[in-house]
Design a binder for this molecule. Structure first.
Ligand code: SAH
Length: 352
């Protein structure tokens, strides 16, 4: 057990069991030893690779989607373009470069990067130094009082989930316990009131991310009130089910969730049905989710890839490989999904 694991075990031995969500929060965001606080986890040499790191086309198409939504809403001046969990800053850099096609968009927005990790914030600052729009950083999402254009790729999967297991006693929360310094799972002795139907099989697991739902509702509320549009892309499911999806990944391999906290990534599949319902509770309209492949095809990934391949003949096969990775159903095309959040009574956005 590493130093952070020992600290967590001591915390549990003195203060009692932690929920899975509390454990995830510490393992991912502890300021000295948390996973995102310590390192740059992305890319071929890191633990996993995300869509913006696969190809610049991803960020370009997402950027142009935002520009289109902004044009469709009569080009509001003084709007904000927010990214949640920007990683290395690649998505925003590519999006803003593509948005130069609409210079008035760039002069109308302030860019806000919501990032909890100081290490990643430093990478993002470097990346966006000459991006052509004013950029500020925040620790957490606040809707503000201006039209809100928002993008989030693989952010919601990093938010902590609580897990409840269906037992003869009802829904019991899965907790993390410690025995002589060793972390393990246990079920809470008392059942919890959980807002799901009781027809789940015994042993079925219900996962929910209160943090994700709260943010989605706030986004929905802001967009309904002030205008704007959000494009949320992540891996996840779009129908309710009873199964656990919390996973640990290190160096492109699955690991044990409780091993080496802070050294491996923890994430859970996003419940798009619940996320969309939360945004609608906030008053907004939602579209999708649609598969990432379908979205990118509709936004013109094929044409953009051809152009890039023509401009740089040596890289044609790399570009083709990247497109396949992003859009084909066997790769990221269907597991990854996109949800759009718009004000009520606006037409269907491109790709949905
Ligand atoms: N969007 C990027 C990175 C995804 S990884 C990409 O596609 O490559 C998740 C990102 O969310 C990281 O930048 C991580 O530091 C950030 N993050 C995770 N939990 C967060 C939280 N609670 N608040 C703010 N940022 C968070």
């Amino acid at each position: 057990m590493n130093a952070l694991g020992q600290r967590i075990a001591t915390l549990i031995e003195t203060q009692g069991p932690l929920s899975v969500a509390q454990f995830m929060t510490i393992a991912l965001l502890d300021p000295s030893d948390g996973y995102y606080a310590r390192r740059d986890p992305f890319g071929a040499r890191g633990d996993f690779i995300t869509a913006p790191e696969v190809s610049q086309i991803f960020g370009e198409l997402v950027g142009l989607w935002c520009v289109q939504a902004w044009i469709d809403q009569d080009e509001p001046k003084r709007a904000q373009l927010v990214e949640l969990g920007p990683g290395r800053g690649t998505l925003m850099a590519d999006a803003l470069r593509a948005a130069r096609l609409a210079p008035e968009f760039l002069t109308s927005i302030d860019v806000v990067m919501v990032e909890a990790s100081d290490a990643l914030r430093a990478l993002q600052q470097e990346r966006l130094r000459d991006c052509g729009a004013p950029v500020q950083w925040k620790d957490r999402f606040e809707a503000g009082d201006r039209p809100l254009f928002l993008i989030a790729n693989e952010f919601f999967d990093a938010l902590p989930v609580r897990q409840f297991v269906h037992t003869e006693r009802g829904w019991c929360e899965r907790m993390i316990v410690a025995d002589k310094g060793v972390l393990g799972f246990a079920l809470s002795p008392l059942a919890s009131a959980v807002a799901v139907e009781d027809d789940a099989p015994i042993g079925g697991v219900y996962e929910t991310s209160p943090a994700a739902l709260a943010i989605a509702e706030e986004i929905g509320h802001a967009i309904a009130r002030k205008g704007g549009a959000a494009l949320i892309i992540d891996y996840g499911y779009d129908r309710p089910g009873f199964g656990e999806t919390l996973q640990a990944v290190g160096r492109h391999r699955f690991k044990d969730v409780l091993d080496a906290p802070g050294e491996i990534d923890l994430s859970a599949h996003v419940d798009f049905t619940a996320l969309a319902a939360a945004a609608r509770r906030g008053g907004a309209q939602t579209f999708g989710p649609v598969g990432q492949g379908r979205l990118l095809d509709a936004l013109g990934i094929g044409a953009r890839a051809e152009k890039l391949a023509r401009l740089n003949k040596n890289e044609a096969s790399l570009v083709a490989g990247a497109v396949d990775r992003l859009a084909s159903p066997e790769q990221m095309g269907t597991l990854f999904k996109a949800l759009a959040i718009l004000p009520p009574h606006t037409p269907t956005p491109p790709g949905f």
